[in-house]
Design a protein around this ligand. Sequence first.
Ligand SMILES: Cc1ncc(C[n+]2csc(CCOP(=O)(O)OP(=O)(O)O)c2C)c(N)n1
Ligand SMILES: [Mg+2]
Length: 619
Amino acid sequence: MDKNPRPSHDDLIRQRAEHVIAFVKNVLPRHLDLTLSEALVLGLLRQGVKTFFTVFGHGSTEVGEVLRVYQQAGLVKVYGLRSEIEASHAATALRWVTGEKAAVLTSIGPGALQALAASLVPASDGIGVWYLFGDETTEDEGFNMQQVPRHEQGLFLQMASTMGRAYNLHTPLALPTALQRGAATVNHPYRPGPFYLLLPMNTQAAWLPDFNLDELPEVQPISLGAADGDYAQAAQWIQDAKQVIIKVGGGGRFAGPELVQLLERSGGVLAHTPIATGCVPYSHPQSMGVGGSKGSLPGNYAMEHADLLIAVGTRAVCQSDSSRTGYPNVKQVININADLDDATHYRHTLALVGDVRRTLERLNHELGGHVGKKEGWLEACATRKSGWQVFKQERFLNPALQDDYWGGPVLTQPAAIKIAADWAKARGAVSFFDAGDVQANGFQIVEDEHPGQTFTDTGASYMGFAVSALLATAVASKPFYGLALTGDGSFTMTPQILIDGVEHGAHGCILLLDNGRMGAITGLQNDQYGRGFATWNTVHVDYLAWGRSVPGLLALDGGRTPESLKAALEQAGKHAGLSLIHVPVYFGPDPLGGMGVYGRWNVGNWCDDVQKMRHEIGL
Ligand SMILES: Cc1ncc(C[n+]2csc(CCOP(=O)(O)OP(=O)(O)O)c2C)c(N)n1
Ligand SMILES: [Mg+2]
């Protein structure tokens, strides 16, 4: 007879309930008899993972049963949702905005693959999220339904491993190692990301007698030091340069004080990637706002003319450095990054590999207390910045344009976004921007004074992220109000929030900017080929009727004027739950209808020219 045999179903439920009580009282014994799934949940709890966004399936019922018992005691919170993509976006947004950890739990096959697709967001934006996927049985007795239909082993593991770090719980007692790898991935000090834990259906309920809980890893706080580099050389380059640009990416979002000091000591100006909005106050005279493929007048002017680039925490995506043609006059680069590959991305580089803030501190120290001056540089950039303010103002003063689809004048995206972003800031709401023109216009318009005001997934630009992100408002331990600015295309890709948001108590507003099309793509097609194609609809969808079909959801017509939109926002803000404001918006060639494009991009038929220029620059 086994020493600690697997108990009967009823005894197992009783045992788990006892474990939970002991956990709450902090008197769990060192050794426990439990299933692998319960050990997994205990392991995640030890790491502070208490929130689970899930769509259960036949591939994850055992973990689900453990979570049911643990939720009853208030130890975890499980949100049953309608789409794994939505679940992934919600978990990502929660971690991104609040720092709270979450896991996405799916079935095997389609559910896991939907979550895997959506995990491109945390992979691209550097957010730590746990993914728990049901997986095929390890005995290989024949095909499991929903596995990849090939006579090969571990195909889901291969797919997940392509996206990030992954582990298959093929052998139950490997759990501690799996959990340690996961902890190191989702809590990585400078490049966190998704971690995929694959749970074979036949090991989830594997019985682990006398399991030693001490084996479950804790999260170890890790921080890096300043780069160990040639700071004297860096300071010399800065002093010798005539026109310095500091380009900040996601890794420099929280280095505001150090960046402001570097601006003062270097005499340079700062442009940032969309994800780093608010890294220094937009109102700082040396902040030029966003720069890159969409960019801005001042941000791109500075990028075009600078002779020294100080790159800070940026991985140089096509959008952020105009497909590597963003700095045609740069002769030297000081690249501060914790990642070696990113730090050595450009030629003529002094790479400072280390913690961004600490490295900036040392560089500032090296530069000394004096104020750097670069003849004419700040003035030239300041002129572009005031020109940009005038350019924006022109759009806000002409808020409506005649539109064919809507058969009359409707608000432009710039006008609607400005009104909504101002409203969100005034009430301390967090703004999320979905993909498309909404996103680009958004990061060109917002003038953030600190990080945390705007979240925009420019890493993956995953349509539907913003609206699903509103679920985080229902979950966060410190409540916040969310405003999701979305297009009709993005919203209809992931509209489950209408139901799940109300069901779970989201507090926020979906602002649906409806131009009856995937406007960003029609725009690209027009610019590249002179003709749009298959990127619009002719049916006029009654989105407010969608909204009204969900009890508790407040559906409002945002109307066609600034006044009507402001009134709708005010009304939405007073609603205790989730609201949807529908706003018809302009799409067309009038320059007042958009914010313009200032950089270069290697897409479509632009590739040859952009690539040629890149090879000429050779940076
Ligand atoms: C899931 C996904 N599919 C496709 C794309 C490519 N894409 C980027 S923007 C866009 C259109 C967005 O349309 P909408 O949300 O209506 O915004 P608009 O540009 O009209 O303001 C598409 C199809 C994407 N980013 N994400
Ligand atoms: Mg649209």
